[in-house]
Write a protein that binds this ligand. Structure first.
Ligand code: FE
Length: 339
């Protein structure tokens, strides 16, 4: 992913003001998103409202740091990022202002929002296995990855990464600390190698036979499925994909989402923008930009890879509840050596 420094500097020099006017004519958006479909997403908002969007794009954790450093004088109106753990962190730091939006309340399912932020798209954490080595029945649930039968066969990214923290947080919420720790310990005992790389690296390692199974976000798989590159097709051909825990709590899902900042200079514009993101058309752009599912139920998307992955039962654990267990999840990973 690219973060063009020169473009960023340009936006800062000419775009950002922190002085609010009676009727907001602009909005300062701090976003960890940077997809092609976002151009249309933002242009449509400006067309509908006349409000210009100044974008600051950077990596998730950098944006959060930046908002903290800017403090009360931050020009940021809206912060959009990925992962419940990051949104929860921003919330804990007291950065968000409570929402007061009938639109969000009516359209975004209750388990996908708190009073301070809302999800605008969802992704799932799937089990991915090498078809030549394992069968789907071997790895139907997250719990199966801790089965001693899979010794030396599991690849994983770091336990400190928000995606894995949120997954373990959901296990803590469902089964308690002790069971969660036993699970994490069992998975570590099955590692084929020390955690390294991102989800796509794990997927490729499974396809290459370096290990037999991993856990990865749905959009990384969708991206590979939509790729024209022969090497990506070969990777997908080697893989079996499982929707985990379908007879139990459902597949763990995470979100992209955001909220209005407490210090937002353009609060009216921020509210309008967040409502806009929950509208059908914006939902489509927002989800499609990263091969995710719209957070608003029944919004139809036209994504062949997601269609190929099919329907599934998603965990409906409230995302704010999950976020509360993230700190404990990190402690557990530390204790069991999931580096
Ligand atoms: Fe990602």
């Amino acid at each position: 992913m690219r973060y063009p420094k020169s473009a960023l500097a340009l936006i800062v020099t000419f775009g950002i003001t922190s002085v609010a006017t009676a009727a907001d004519t602009e909005l300062n958006l701090y976003s960890a998103r940077h997809y092609q479909t976002d151009e249309a997403l933002y242009a449509n908002f400006t067309k509908q409202t006349g409000i210009r969007i100044n974008r600051i794009e950077a990596k998730e954790d950098e944006l959060l740091e930046r908002i903290r450093n800017e403090g009360a004088h931050s020009p940021a109106d809206v912060f959009i990022t990925v992962d419940a753990a990051r949104l929860a962190k921003a919330d804990e730091l007291g950065l968000f202002a409570p929402f007061d939006s009938k639109v969000i309340e009516q359209r975004i399912p209750a388990h996908l929002r708190s009073k301070d932020w809302a999800a605008f798209s969802t992704r799932a954490r799937l089990i991915v296995y090498n078809k030549a080595v394992l069968k789907a029945e071997d790895v139907k649930n997250y719990e199966d990855l801790a089965n001693p039968k899979l010794k030396g066969q599991v690849c994983s990214r770091s336990g400190s990464h928000p995606y894995n923290l949120s997954l373990l947080a959901s296990i803590i919420a469902h089964h308690g600390e002790q069971k969660a720790e036993e699970w994490a310990k069992g998975v570590v005992a099955n590692f084929a190698r020390s955690p390294k790389g991102g989800d796509t690296d794990q997927i490729k390692a499974v396809a290459a036979g370096e290990c037999s199974v991993t856990i990865a976000n749905s959009y990384y798989l969708a991206r590979l499925m939509r790729s024209d590159k022969p090497e990506d097709k070969k990777v997908i051909d080697a893989l079996g994909i499982v929707w985990p825990n379908q007879t139990g709590s459902g597949a763990h899902i995470n979100i992209s989402g955001g909220g209005m900042l407490k210090t937002a200079p353009h609060k009216e514009a921020a509210k309008k923008f967040l409502d806009y993101l929950a509208a059908d058309e914006a939902q489509r752009y927002f989800a499609d930009g990263n091969n995710e599912w719209p957070a608003v139920p029944n919004v139809k998307t036209d994504n062949p890879a997601l269609a190929a992955l099919g329907g599934f039962k998603a965990d409906t654990l409230p995302i704010p509840t999950l976020a509360r267990h993230v700190a404990l999840a990190q402690k557990i990973y530390d204790r069991v050596g999931w580096k």
